[in-house]
Write a protein that binds this ligand. Structure first.
Ligand code: SF4
Ligand code: SF4
Length: 126
């Protein structure tokens, strides 16, 4: 049976070093959510990715994501797909050591339902 990792909203993945890549449509969604034009949003909250092939969210001085607010995500309803997809649709060797998501065996139908929910709302991750 497939294993689905249930996010515990520990926010560890919002504090890791690295980058949250942004697609154009995600920038538009985030800007609208913040009540900003896309240009204003880009100026205030993004930086050029190290490979210079697009934009990523800025970090806070301690390296956390710019949208980590207390123990949650300040843009939860519109957070980027990269955030929504971890750890079920992408992860890395040993991620279980630093991510507190709980693995649950579910049947194929339930797995598909949960993946669809991630795709739609991001509700399975902080
Ligand atoms: S956008 Fe939200 S979920 Fe994604 S890394 Fe930033 S705080 Fe975490
Ligand atoms: S995906 Fe993992 S590391 Fe990120 S908030 Fe959920 S439990 Fe924590």
């Amino acid at each position: 049976m497939p294993v689905f990792f249930e996010c515990q909203r520990c926010t560890a993945c919002c504090r890791w070093p690295g980058q949250v890549r942004l697609a154009d449509e995600e920038i538009a969604r985030l800007a609208a959510f913040k009540g900003l034009s896309e240009f204003e949003f880009i100026q205030q909250f993004t930086r050029v990715r190290p490979d210079r092939r697009g934009l990523a969210l800025m970090d806070q001085p301690d390296g956390a994501c710019i949208f980590l607010a207390g123990e949650g995500c300040a843009v939860q309803p519109v957070k980027p797909q990269q955030c929504r997809d971890f750890p079920n649709l992408w992860n890395f060797p040993g991620f279980e050591k630093v991510c507190h998501a709980i693995p649950r065996e579910v049947d194929d139908v339930e797995y598909a339902r949960r993946i669809a929910r991630i795709r739609l709302t991001g509700s399975a991750k902080a």
